[in-house]
Design a protein around this ligand. Sequence first.
Ligand code: FES
Length: 361
Amino acid sequence: MSAVYRRIHTELCQMLFRQSSFTGAAEPLIQWLLPWFNAGFYAARVLQIKPQAGCLRLKLKVSRLFPLFTPGQHLQLRVNISGVPTERTFSICSSVQQLHDQREIELAVKIQPQGRFTGALSGELTPGNYVHLGAPTGDFAFSQDSAACLIAAGSGVTPFFSMLTSLSRLTVPVLFVYSYRGTEQLLFAEHWAALQAKFPLLQLVLWDSAVRGRLTPERLFAELQPELHGNFLLCGPTEFTQDLRAACLARGVSPTQVIAESFGLIQRNAATSQPVRLVLGRQQHDLVGQGSILQRAEQSGLVLRYGCRRGVCMQCLCDKSSGVVRNLLTGELSDAGAGRIQLCISEAVSPVELSSEGLIV
Ligand code: FES
């Protein structure tokens, strides 16, 4: 389907049904006949849900229709919270073989103490319940074409665990460094020794920052001496991956050798917050507060649609009619004219005007 056709289809459906697709519009009727149906999602049965290292580990059974994934990819997890379908994005942490042989997918969902989503997962989901999964996506992948250095912080370990457990053999030297805070935060603790024993070319470093101190770029390069000609894959909080990426480039590593996946936004101490006007239908809202535009909308009492809150799922896309925003993941500035922006990763750096009806939940 061409981009033009897709755009016309979306616009028509939005005009006629206030939905982005015909299937979305017809969904309530289809669900009346097939209660498990969710347009664009795959049904998955919960086999197990258990807390580990500050995460909820979910083991899910999927049907043969669920596509094979590339280790390192992420997907959307949709659950109904008080009757409202709500999505978040997570990396798959299980192996390709587990999907192929047992039709199982595993996720490790970081528990946010105040989080509505993880609260609902632990409070409402039990084995036997159904959730829905989007198709795996993303290009955060490991290839054995040269030596590699994989660096994870916190729950950023999940895509690497999928990569390592999916390997049948390792043909290049790999330095894998996993930084976590205290043994109670060590994910997949029962598997690391076996992985190290299985792959002689793997140098596994479990870096407990409660004991060894923070894993800084300086300490990484001084103490662990990764191969500078190899690939660097980084996953963790945005500031962690940005610092590491900058340190790699400063040591002559080519930008194409560094692939990063981040979560969380850059924290800035903006002295002033720029005016943002959001037009939703016939109502105008002048946003108060600080942070991303999504955060400011919430601080202003609005409930807008979102999924991952980290720039992946595109659910918070919104039309900007004017104003400059900064991308909180990359630091890039938009131009001042009309365009589409993701509210969860955009911060106003000039007065901004936005409009979208589809964002209200
Ligand atoms: S909420 Fe997913 S991109 Fe904004």
